[in-house]
Write a protein that binds this ligand. Structure first.
Ligand code: ATP
Ligand code: MG
Length: 440
């Protein structure tokens, strides 16, 4: 407390603040979404300060359409809520208000302080609690990058800039506010955000911001899995996943971030598969077509599953149980690190589990397969496997044709039932208990 007081008196807690007029930054109030503009106006009429802040200001200044609008205010959540017809106070650790207006939801948060001297930290310097209200200067100081700490005042059309964010935007540089090592220790996810934002926005990571990442990468292990998952999902669905992954490798953050990335990016076929999956995802995102996170994670982990599966088969496990066990094994490892939700893993299993069924192209099996609920996703997955050279292209072409064909053509396409397969099935019936597999 005393330290904080002294720093405040000496003017050390905030940089020199600049209020930059519209003619110098070019951002006009009519660029805001209707809900964001309205929320700011209502707060101001009630006598509170209100600004658009964070990603929305940054994106607008770069000429990018923001994904959402965040508002910062000096009003407390319980003062904000009654001003709006549809508003909810959310969050336990730090309460903020969601204001719903038409199709939009605007997030309104009260200026927050995160004083590095008083915040509760773990032994690695990670901030555990930072839930105190503060001044606007303190609110700016706790944000991650200078370009993320710009406040736009719709009333005056001024940008309030505490940390030189406008100059950095102009230079197209992403720079951590304060001392990078300390800020990464407080919250290691900032390293991942830095990579994602620099790839998404085409900003260069400032040298001091980039350099410590390699060494501090192991801190990612201490990030709660659910947060890591959210941030990874944002990265993968940003429309710039390929660029992000390249950047992750360049700065040395891919090691240990996701066990899958370590291994897969080192195998030629795996890398090709992942690269294709990401490129396809980026294309879909940029074309505003829907992307399934389950499909994407299934793709990212496929070569892990494949390796485990082949290994088990080589040790004498039967193919299908070997695949089931390989899926379990891989999901167990990955989920410990990354809180992939159950709903997601269920779909991933379906997509993986259907892959061997594509090999069976005789009798009734193809008809059953095309009717299966996840057929389309599983087929797209097969197409990716073909494109990466893992399975013959002819294979994928057959299934593409089979889906589209009429009844007669389908019948003509079926392969003859093969003798040896039947014999194997009879043998299995006689001896249902498979030899126990060697331990992994
Ligand atoms: P996006 O375009 O992906 O939404 P964003 O910067 O808006 O990017 P959000 O997660 O929406 O990302 O965060 C909103 C703002 O909150 C950021 O601009 C930044 O000011 C602040 N912020 C978010 N995460 C952190 C963090 N880990 N540490 C410090 N500040 C953060
Ligand atoms: Mg945002």
């Amino acid at each position: 407390m005393i330290k904080r007081f002294i720093r405040r008196v000496l003017g050390l807690s905030a940089n020199h603040v600049e209020r930059v007029p519209r003619q110098r930054h070019g951002l006009a109030r009519d660029a805001l979404s209707p809900a964001a503009a309205k929320v700011c106006a209502v707060l101001r009429e009630a006598g509170f300060a209100s600004y658009v802040v964070g990603g929305a200001v940054r994106d607008l200044l770069l000429g990018i359409v923001p994904t959402d609008f965040d508002i910062a205010t000096d009003a407390r959540p319980e003062q904000v809520k009654p001003l709006f017809r549809r508003a909810l106070i959310i969050g336990r650790r730090f309460r903020l208000v969601h204001v719903m207006m038409g199709p939009e939801t605007v997030e309104v948060s009260t200026f927050r302080a995160a004083d590095p001297d008083t915040a509760e930290k773990d032994e690695h310097g990670r901030v555990l609690r930072d839930n105190v209200f503060g001044t606007q200067a303190e609110d700016a100081r706790r944000r991650d990058f200078t370009v993320n700490a710009l406040y736009f005042d719709p009333a005056t059309e001024e940008v309030v800039d505490f940390h030189g964010g406008l100059a950095d935007l102009k230079k197209r540089v992403l720079r951590v506010i304060g001392e990078p090592v300390t800020r990464y220790r407080e919250d290691p996810i900032r390293m991942l955000r830095g990579v994602r934002l620099s790839a998404k926005l085409g900003l260069r990571l400032d040298a001091a911001t980039r350099e410590p990442i390699r060494e501090l990468a192991p801190l990612m292990e201490r990030v709660p899995p659910a947060r890591l998952f959210d941030e990874m999902l944002k990265l993968l669905l940003s429309g710039h996943a390929s660029a992000c992954l390249r950047q992750l490798r360049e700065v040395g953050l891919h090691k240990g971030l996701l066990p899958l990335l370590d291994v897969i990016l080192e195998q030629p076929l795996g890398e090709r598969f992942v690269t294709l999956a990401l490129a396809q995802t980026d294309e879909r995102v940029l074309a505003e077509r829907p992307v399934s996170p389950a499909f994407l994670f299934a793709a990212l982990l496929w070569h892990e599953v494949l390796a485990a599966w082949r290994g088990r088969e080589a040790r004498g496990e039967r193919s299908i149980p070997a695949l089931e066990n390989a899926m379990d094994e891989v999901l167990d490892t990955q989920c410990a690190k990354l809180a992939i939700t159950r709903k997601l893993t269920a779909t991933m299993r379906e997509v993986w589990g259907m892959q061997p069924r594509f090999e069976l192209r005789s009798g009734q099996r193809p008809y059953r397969l095309v009717e299966a609920p996840r057929f389309r996703m599983a087929y797209d997955f097969l197409a990716l496997r073909a494109a990466s050279g893992e399975v013959p292209a002819e294979f994928e072409a057959w299934w593409r044709a089979f889906q589209a064909a009429d009844a007669d053509t389908r019948k003509a396409m079926l392969l003859p039932e093969t003798g040896p397969r039947k014999r194997r099935r009879r043998r299995r019936k006689k001896r249902p208990a498979a030899p126990t597999p060697a331990p992994a």
